[in-house]
Write a protein that binds this ligand. Structure first.
Ligand code: HEC
Length: 146
């Protein structure tokens, strides 16, 4: 390499971090923790989940049993992939894993909504690595559930 080429190469190296602007960072590289209270599903998705629930779950479950202690409180402290995987691999009990991943995500969104969690602009994902980034953390400090 000529001296000038070495200098140019060094210069390119020096510049390379600029080629990766902060905005290109994947969400998982952000520091802010995401919780179920940050609007991690959409209303439309939760409504699709209600339809899935009516068709695939209601034969054995009432929605009420998934409010509070029966569901969300039990998963508090874990991440959203945990209930997703339990439901996906065990339910419907008579035909586990028979729904699409997007349908399991919709059902989970529905269950979150049943628990009074806020909707947002993006659907709840159905990939475990993305669900792992969402922490289940219930009962806002300012409110108490009966
Ligand atoms: C054929 C009956 C049946 C259907 C249909 C069914 N379930 Fe269940 N489900 C059960 C039974 C029985 C249990 C308790 C035994 C167990 O935990 O495996 C249960 C347990 C659960 C639990 C608690 C699991 C745990 O380990 O904490 C969840 C959550 C759940 N069901 C969600 C669903 C959802 C969502 C659907 C629809 C996609 C569904 N179930 C469909 C029978 C059913």
């Amino acid at each position: 390499m000529t001296t000038i080429a070495k200098v140019m190469a060094g210069f390119a190296l020096l510049l390379s971090p600029v080629a990766h602007p902060v905005s290109a960072q994947a969400p998982e590289e952000k520091n802010a923790p995401v919780t179920v209270r940050d609007g991690i599903f959409t209303i439309a998705q939760a409504e699709r989940g209600a339809t899935v629930f009516a068709g695939a779950c209601k034969g054995c479950h009432q929605p009420e049993q998934f409010i509070g202690a029966g569901f969300i409180d039990a998963w508090s402290g874990q991440t959203a992939d945990a209930p997703f995987e339990v439901i996906r691999t065990k339910m419907p009990e008579d035909n586990p894993s028979s729904l699409k991943r997007s349908e399991y995500a919709a059902v989970l969104a529905y269950l979150f909504r049943l628990n009074g969690l806020p909707a947002g602009d993006t659907d709840l994902p159905n990939l475990l690595r993305k669900l792992k980034l969402i922490r289940i953390e219930v009962v806002p400090e300012t409110e108490e559930r009966p």
